[in-house]
Design a protein around this ligand. Structure first.
Ligand code: 5GP
Ligand code: MN
Length: 325
């Protein structure tokens, strides 16, 4: 921490990066740290690999985020000039798509702040706690360790609140601790409006998104009570039918877990050129190993992801086979 304190204090140009298809924790942690460095009079930019869902646009600073896929030249110029790069909410360069090359090539000091298992070797410093519910909580603790909590304000508080809320399923997963609630209490004291943030994220669906949820649960969910498992699969054609937008399937994978006795769920989504998989579990069943061993992925014990270069039918067959195993 002493070393990192010195690096931050000497740093003139900071870049904050996060994973592909950024979620509430990724954007929340990046923007909270961004506001903190701005307040510390640092030059700082948030660079993401690709777009994030529109239900995160309310966060202060979100419009200033640089997208590497559509603003490649600008993003890479800023990265080449950075002296410090933060990697938030990801454990390896494989998680940031095409952003991995400029980050790997940069000579800046690299600092990872993350809560995923198996951090890979690509950075100089690691602040990793795999038991922590969210990278947002780690950012709060990081700023506390820097003895700079007095810099916290409402905007930063709302970013952190959002990431903790989305990564804990609204404070219900086992990773939610007394410390998590103590942090949330402080954020509310600073003016963070929990009800408003819940509404911004969970009550701003399009009609099509809600109908996709209904269709997926009624028509596309297959339940295997004998294996305590269930999956939902969605093809490109089905997604197009419901005018699918980024973020529209967020949370869908959790629904089958609310069936009594179901401990393992999978969402199988056909993308343009591959199959993406989302895994969730509960109790004594862990999905990170399954994601790593069978689906080229990884993640947390109860929430993981992966990818297959197969047809949708083949991917479904593979999931069924693994479920039986
Ligand atoms: P989601 O299902 O929400 O996309 O991802 C669930 C969790 O698994 C997230 O914490 C995410 O970071 C992680 N994850 C998703 N896809 C991958 C992947 O391909 N590789 C690894 N290592 N982790 C992933
Ligand atoms: Mn996270």
């Amino acid at each position: 921490m002493q070393e990192i304190k010195q690096i931050v204090s000497d740093s003139k140009s900071i870049v904050i990066t996060t994973h592909k298809s950024p979620d509430g924790d990724a954007i929340g942690s990046s923007l909270a740290l961004y506001h903190f460095f701005k307040k510390s009079n640092k030059e700082v930019t948030v660079i993401v690999p690709d777009a994030f869902p529109t239900f995160l646009n309310w966060m202060e600073g979100s419009a200033s985020i640089i997208h590497h896929d559509t603003q490649t030249e600008l993003a890479e110029e800023i990265i080449s000039k950075a002296d410090t790069i933060f990697s938030l909410d990801y454990n390896g360069l494989g998680r940031i798509g095409n952003l991995s090359n400029p980050i790997a090539e940069s000579t800046a000091t690299k600092i990872v702040i993350d809560h995923h298992q198996d951090p890979q070797e690509f950075a100089d410093h690691y602040i990793v706690d795999t038991n922590c519910c969210s990278t947002c909580q780690l950012i709060y603790e990081f700023i506390a360790d820097l003895e700079e909590l007095d810099k916290f304000d409402k905007a930063m508080g709302e970013c952190i609140y959002c990431g903790i809320m989305t990564d804990t399923g609204s404070f219900r997963y086992p990773s939610t601790t007394a410390k998590t609630h103590q942090i949330i209490a402080h954020l509310i004291d600073l003016g963070a409006d929990g009800a408003k943030i819940h509404q911004e994220v969970y009550d701003t669906y399009s009609e099509q998104r809600l109908r996709l949820l209904g269709y997926a649960l009624t028509e596309k969910m297959k339940v295997f009570p004998e294996h305590s498992a269930a999956y939902i699969s969605l093809s490109q054609e089905e997604l197009k039918r419901f005018s699918f937008k980024k973020g529209d399937s967020e949370g869908l994978v959790n629904y089958p877990l609310s069936i009594d006795g179901i401990k393992f769920t999978v969402l199988i989504t056909e993308k343009e050129d591959n199959i993406s998989l989302s895994f969730r579990s509960k109790d004594d069943f862990y999905v990170n190993k399954i994601a790593k061993e069978h689906f080229n992925g990884g993640g947390h014990i109860y929430a993981a992801g992966g990818m297959l270069e197969l047809s949708l039918e083949e991917a479904i067959k593979k999931v069924e086979k693994v479920m039986k195993q």
